[in-house]
Design a protein around this ligand. Structure first.
Ligand SMILES: [Zn+2]
Length: 75
């Protein structure tokens, strides 16, 4: 009788561990935030999301300061 209860507990524990691992994996596969396009600043090379970047003639900058500095530079 004692052995049967022991096996039942083992089975429940195994089932619970497998279920826990499955839910963790599912959480990892579905990120909360959608992955945005990343662009790099032409001036300093820092990576930032496209929506936050300042675009100028197919070039991207992290801030207006870098945009002006790049367009004002002779090269
Ligand atoms: Zn920059």
């Amino acid at each position: 009788m004692g052995k049967l209860i022991f096996y039942i507990i083992i089975a429940i524990l195994a089932y619970w561990i497998i279920n826990n691992r499955k839910s963790r994996k599912e959480k990892k596969e579905t990120p909360l935030e959608p992955i945005e396009d990343m662009v790099s600043c032409t001036y300093c090379g820092i990576h930032l999301p496209k929506s936050e970047a300042i675009s100028d003639r197919n070039r991207y900058f992290c801030c207006t300061e870098h945009c002006h500095q790049h367009t004002n530079s002779p090269s």
